[in-house]
Design a protein. Structure first.
Length: 148
């Protein structure tokens, strides 16, 4: 991705564009030890998701402050999607399939981060929401980093 940050008085503004690619290549696997009712075989599957986003972040311009709040708004578009169905069976029973779902399209994005940090590391609580036509995605994460 690419971004540029500038300050408007006490507020920092950072437009950002990014492309993300996620892939899953999973071989067939068998879980054993639970008996015929719990032994599970899952077929192999391959999936990928490529998305492009354009976001604008607003935060505190004073980067020396201990607490760093930040909000962002923008748009994320899933540009290439192939989500495989999951086919599995318990023991030697009949196979069943879980649909991979429809995650195509684009969505507005809003997010909030409250971070605290210094020259040795940081800790941040982050929340983000997306609303696509076929589904909604909400996430909350706790992030940390240490500098050595």
């Amino acid at each position: 991705g690419a971004s540029y940050e500038s300050s408007l008085g006490p507020i920092s503004v950072r437009p950002q564009i990014a492309v993300d690619f996620y892939a899953l290549n999973e071989d067939e696997r068998t879980e054993t030890g639970g008996g015929s009712s719990f032994d599970l075989t899952v077929d192999s599957r391959d999936s990928h998701l490529a998305s492009a986003s354009a976001l604008v972040f607003f935060g505190r311009a004073n980067k020396n402050a201990l607490i760093q709040p930040e909000i962002w708004v923008g748009y994320r578009q899933n540009v290439s999607v192939e989500i495989a169905d999951t086919t599995a069976r318990f023991g030697s029973g009949n196979p069943f399939t879980l649909n991979g779902g429809d995650v195509e399209g684009g969505s507005p994005v809003v997010g909030l981060r409250i971070g605290a940090g210094n020259e040795y590391g940081y800790l941040a609580l982050e929340a983000e929401a997306e609303k696509y036509d076929a589904y909604e995605n909400y996430s909350i994460s706790l992030r940390t980093g240490f500098k050595f």
